[in-house]
Design a protein around this ligand. Structure first.
Ligand SMILES: [Ca+2]
Ligand SMILES: [Ca+2]
Length: 299
């Protein structure tokens, strides 16, 4: 069981997400460049020829690291998601990314991990984020607008509105349509938790090649637990986000610029089935390492 406090946020909401307010991109200066060993491990980064052509179909792997404290000992928990990412540019520099999350997983902590149902994942799709590059050659900066994501919740301003604190809050929605308020997270075989979450993710990184972009992530999440099938699941472990080991990798997968073409059935589009058939060839599977938490204290 873990705290979900930093489950990756580059995921969608049932409500519409507004365009990034002017000036918010400047906030990206707070992003710390990731230096986690896992963040540089995946393969294929040397592939790709020529300059970046933004428009096209990409795949993403997003990894969020947290150190969770259980009985005074810290363990790393990774949450990761994999999906499709359609880049659409206006001028080759500013663009929007329309994401479809295909899977969300979490590494177990003491044998238990959050399990996300397909209905839960589907409730987040599609999701739009906004990004910029300052060039098209390797080494150019890639930056995302702060990306709000709401689970089981609507807000007028997802950046500033307070998270609900009462079950009766009218902003709570059953977005995964399971009859329980908010979204349902299965905590291993232990219990189900009904919750709402607002998270904001900031990502900044580098164009590595025409077909590869890598960024660091900082995510902040506010969670309100509405209820659970067991009382123990209403509590939360102490949870320390680990931005140094949290990262986003984007890989072009539409066959252009030397990228793999994942359109296996040649229907002119790439879907989640095709992404899921190949994602472990494109990305390195994230692996937790409790040593990442050895110097972390709970407060
Ligand atoms: Ca629900
Ligand atoms: Ca296809």
């Amino acid at each position: 069981m873990r705290g979900w406090a930093a489950v990756f946020a580059c995921l969608a909401v049932a409500c519409s997400v507004p365009a990034p307010p002017a000036g918010r991109f400047a906030d990206q200066d707070v992003v710390v460049a990731g230096n986690g060993s896992d963040a540089t491990a995946d393969s294929g980064t040397k592939e790709g020829t020529g300059s970046l052509h933004v428009d096209g179909t990409w795949a993403f792997l997003n990894v969020t690291s947290d150190c969770e404290f259980v009985l005074g000992k810290a363990f790393e928990v990774l949450s990761y998601s994999v999906g499709l990412d359609k880049f659409q540019s206006t001028d080759g520099y500013a663009f929007k990314q329309v994401l479809t999350t295909c899977t969300m997983k979490e590494t177990p902590l003491l044998g238990q991990a959050s399990i996300y149902s397909q209905d839960m994942i589907d409730s987040l799709n599609p999701h739009t984020v906004y990004a910029l590059v300052n060039g098209h050659e390797a080494g150019a900066v890639y930056i995302q607008a702060p990306d709000p994501s709401l689970w089981g919740l609507v807000m007028k301003d997802p950046f500033t509105d307070p998270i609900p604190t009462k079950k009766t809050d009218s902003r709570i929605r059953d977005t995964d349509h399971d009859g329980h308020p908010g979204v349902t997270i299965h905590v291993g075989n232990l219990c189900d938790v009904y919750l709402v979450q607002r998270s904001v993710t900031r990502s900044k990184g580098t164009v590595e090649s025409a077909i590869s972009i890598r960024a660091s992530n900082i995510a902040h999440a506010d969670v309100f637990r509405i209820g659970a099938t067991k009382d123990i699941c209403m509590s939360q472990n102490v949870d320390v986000p680990m931005p140094a080991y949290s990262y986003l990798v984007l890989k072009r997968v539409d066959g252009h610029d030397g990228s793999p073409d994942l359109d296996d059935n040649r229907d002119g589009r790439i879907d989640c089935a095709e992404i899921m058939a190949h994602w472990q060839d494109i990305f390195t599977m994230p692996r937790k390492d409790d040593k990442h938490c050895k110097d972390i204290s709970a407060h």
